[in-house]
Design a protein around this ligand. Structure first.
Ligand code: CMP
Length: 139
């Protein structure tokens, strides 16, 4: 099923650097409507739950430690073709490979501290959005 929603997190490195506002501005200027938004701190356990799909990967433990190292912004976004268009806006996972003008090219520090998360499918967007927000948080 194709939906018009995706899910994002502004990650600890970008929040710590004071870039969350600039990133949210790029998201809105990119045509995405913010349906839900909150600043929150993940525990290492909860970060592990969110990224459980990567549990077997060598970077999993470091990723969970990093994602719980400081506050994040979690958001549900709406736009036609949201998942694919958002992945274009943020650029490649590794900022070294990210296109000019993308959020990761502008703000990411490394493949791990890569400024933002973006869902990779409509199905995961729905799962990830409901990890942070109830239906009554979404407008
Ligand atoms: P994200 O899009 O949130 O999905 C998984 C995250 O794991 C990724 O962004 C990076 O922050 C992190 N990560 C760390 N190392 C790697 C790697 N070698 N390959 C992919 N993702 C990595």
């Amino acid at each position: 099923m194709t939906t018009n929603r995706t899910f994002t997190m502004v990650k600890p490195d970008a929040v710590e650097s004071g870039n969350a506002g600039a990133i949210l501005k790029m998201i809105e200027e990119g045509g995405f409507r913010i349906v839900a938004l909150k600043k929150t701190l993940l525990t290492k356990e909860r970060a592990g739950e969110f990224y459980e799909v990567h549990a077997a990967r060598p970077f999993y433990n470091d990723l969970c430690a990093y994602m719980s190292s400081g506050p994040i912004y979690a958001a549900i976004l709406e736009k036609d073709n949201a998942v694919a268009d958002f992945r274009t806006l943020i650029g490649a996972t590794n900022p070294a490979n990210a296109a000019e003008g993308t959020i990761r090219k502008l703000f990411a520090k490394s493949i791990e501290a890569n400024a933002v998360h973006g869902s990779d499918s409509d199905e995961n967007a729905a799962i990830e959005g409901s990890f942070f927000f109830s239906k009554t948080d979404q407008f």
